[in-house]
Design a protein around this ligand. Structure first.
Ligand code: SF4
Length: 291
């Protein structure tokens, strides 16, 4: 069996940065709080919980004066202000790319543009952006274009981990709806997310089966699953190695392994090694390639 692994696997630079800061800070602290998971990777969150990270669902659960991490994809303005009121010592784990998108939107708004965001209205990153803008409109897909309120000048951007094909498709619909108005589109899907989607879409026909490794709540991992579904390609989405995957791939000749931006290298290596081990046990060859 030939097993091809997308070569840029492991954490993206924004996630790596967030985890490195958290690990370093927790070394010197008894505990620190964070609103929601640090990243959408249950395995990493569990490890950090053992080091003293306490994941809460509301700031009301954080004792005054505690250490508080801002999660990697942002925090709403209300919660940021509440953290100040509660005298929390805050440490930002927010990805610089997320901050850059937010600043871009704020700058355009100051120039008189209304902002359209393609993203999940319930995702932290989108909630954070919306909380810092006046009347930003969020759409989840192409259908959302119909319900938009149009203004003479509009900026179209995206949550950093959305689907690049849907981004372009929304943009062409907007362009058609925007005759006689000014529409600026800025591609704000981050490079790490884009590269994974691009590789998968380009090579979709090259493999019999895709193993997609990443958190079930991870936005960018879910986009990889969408690509497989769109192309009716057989695939499985797992958070880490699961023996049932062997039943799905044994007997196949050519499979691919790809992971989300918050999946660590060890989880991907484990999947590859488990399959390789079973092939060897059965007297079969395993060729591992990184492409
Ligand atoms: S996925 Fe992109 S935006 Fe999100 S943390 Fe990684 S680099 Fe930053």
């Amino acid at each position: 069996m030939k097993i091809t692994v997308f070569k840029n696997y492991g954490y993206c630079w924004g996630v790596k940065r967030a985890v490195d800061i958290a690990v370093k800070e927790l070394n010197d602290l008894e505990s620190a709080y964070i609103l929601g998971p640090i990243i959408h990777n249950p395995n990493t969150n569990d490890k950090l919980k053992k080091d003293g990270l306490k994941i809460v669902s509301s700031l009301a659960e954080v004792p005054d004066g505690s250490v508080f991490f801002f999660p990697s994809h942002g925090i709403s303005k209300i919660d940021e202000e509440l953290a100040v009121k509660k005298s929390l010592r805050t440490i930002s784990l927010i990805c610089p790319f997320v901050i850059k998108i937010e600043q871009l939107a704020i700058d355009y708004e100051k120039k008189g543009y209304k902002v359209i965001i393609y993203g999940d209205p319930l995702h932290t990153e989108v909630k954070s952006m919306v909380s810092r803008l006046n009347n930003a409109q969020v759409i989840k897909d192409e259908e959302g274009v119909k319900s938009l309120e149009l203004h003479p000048k509009m900026l179209y951007i995206s949550q950093s981990t959305q689907n690049r094909d849907v981004f372009y498709s929304i943009f062409s619909r907007l362009a058609a709806a925007f005759e006689w108005r000014e529409l600026v589109g800025r591609f704000t899907i981050c490079q790490d997310t884009f590269e994974r989607q691009d590789w998968m879409a380009t090579h979709i026909a090259d493999f019999e089966f895709f193993i997609i490794v990443g958190g079930h709540q991870s936005s960018n991992t879910k986009k990889l699953v969408e690509i497989a579904d769109l192309h009716k390609k057989k695939s499985v989405h797992i958070e880490k190695w699961n023996p049932s995957v062997w039943d799905m791939v044994k007997g196949l000749n050519n499979i691919a392994v790809i992971s989300g931006t918050s999946t660590n290298k060890e989880d991907v290596d484990e999947v590859v090694n488990e399959i390789k081990g079973r092939l060897t046990q059965d007297g079969n060859n395993a060729g591992i390639y990184y492409a």
